[in-house]
Design a protein around this ligand. Structure first.
Ligand code: DAH
Length: 349
């Protein structure tokens, strides 16, 4: 009896080992596995006859049938893995699926925080009646320095600060160190009244650190008309800061120096984080104020250089750093956050 069963077991094992190797699809393999090892499968049927064996015989045959079952199960699994890979490859070859494409959900792009900040600033200025003007990034020394009343010995013209491009078209060029040259280009083209802003990139030989970058953005402003005074400057810049930081924003004007304005001022805003109440405020360092931009009444020499009579016209100018204002309003401590383009950081703003 037991010999018969052993032969039967061998037959089942050999039969299904051959058959499973010949399966061409996963479906076929699964059906075959049910047929061999399922609840009503060949092996289960065979084990039913175990009840007719003696205890001794059962003890001898039990392990043999387990061994056959485990062997077959392992072979089925192995074959299933092979077939699965084959089927995936086949689908991929037939359907042109690109597995390197990003998967759902797709991230939606949005404006860079610097662009958002710049747009907010220019929108407010447009609301104050300024129109957009532009100038070249590679500027000649005349527009970047001389016409702005910056003499050859001025430290801003030092090799340390400026990227020089020498001897091109017999003129000396620089990467513009500020947007102020657009003042000159506009006044050369246009008679007053003039009311322009010039946003754009500027370049300085600074090493990149938490607060400096060799490339950054400025917005220049220029207003020329009859009887323009410091009062107009104070009104417009106060309105601008209140537009940016809210109607309660407080603005302070300190006297300063720029070659192209006289008098010159530095414009501070009351710290929006501690409102001047925290001696240990990390943003304003306890001073209560944050320096925001430079401005002043356009120097008569600058007007004259552009063919505008300072006896008839006067005007104000200002220049501000977009990064500086954006860092203050968004409380960003490191300017490199803007340029590293780490999406995890940028998406917070
Ligand atoms: N050009 C100056 C700078 O880059 C900023 C500036 C100061 C611009 C005063 C102005 C001004 O128009 O009136 O630091």
């Amino acid at each position: 009896m037991i010999e018969q069963l052993k032969t039967k077991l061998n037959e089942i094992e050999n039969n299904y080992t051959t058959k499973l190797q010949n399966c061409a699809s996963l479906k076929e393999l699964q059906d075959l596995q049910v047929e061999a090892l399922g609840r009503k499968g060949a092996l289960t049927e065979l084990l039913k006859s175990l009840k007719d064996l003696s205890l001794e015989e059962k003890k001898a045959f039990g392990p043999l049938s387990n061994e056959a079952k485990n062997k077959l199960t392992a072979l089925f699994e192995e074959k299933a893995a092979t077939l699965e890979i084959e089927e995936i490859n086949k689908t991929l070859n037939e359907t042109d699926i690109d597995l390197t494409l990003p998967s759902y959900p797709f991230e939606k792009g949005k404006r860079h925080p610097l662009e958002i900040a710049k747009k907010r600033m220019t929108d407010i200025l447009k609301g104050l009646g300024f129109v957009w003007a532009q100038g070249p990034l590679v500027e000649d020394e005349y527009h970047n320095f001389d016409a702005l009343n910056i003499p050859p010995h001025h430290p801003a013209r030092d090799m340390q600060d400026t990227f020089f491009i020498k001897n091109t078209q017999k003129k000396d060029f620089v990467l513009r160190t500020h947007t102020s040259g657009v003042q000159i280009r506009t006044m050369q083209k246009q008679k007053p009244p003039i009311r322009i802003i010039a946003p754009g990139r500027v370049f300085r030989k600074d090493a990149l650190d938490a607060t400096h970058s060799p490339v950054f953005n400025q917005i220049e402003g220029l207003y020329i008309d009859k009887n323009v005074s410091l009062a107009d400057l104070k009104r417009d810049l106060t309105l601008f800061m209140q537009g940016l930081f809210g109607p309660k924003a407080q603005v302070r004007f300190r006297s300063s120096f720029f070659p192209f304005t006289e008098p010159s001022v530095e414009v501070d805003v009351k710290c929006v984080f501690c409102e001047g109440k925290d001696q240990n405020c990390p943003v304003c360092k306890g001073s209560g104020w944050k320096e925001m931009l430079g401005a002043g009444i356009v120097h008569p020499n600058v007007l004259r250089n552009c063919g505008i009579d300072p006896e008839i016209y006067s005007g104000y100018a200002f220049g501000m750093g977009v990064e500086r204002l954006a860092m203050f309003s968004l409380n960003i401590k490191d300017i490199r956050n803007f340029y590293d383009n780490d999406v995890r950081i940028l998406e917070q703003f």
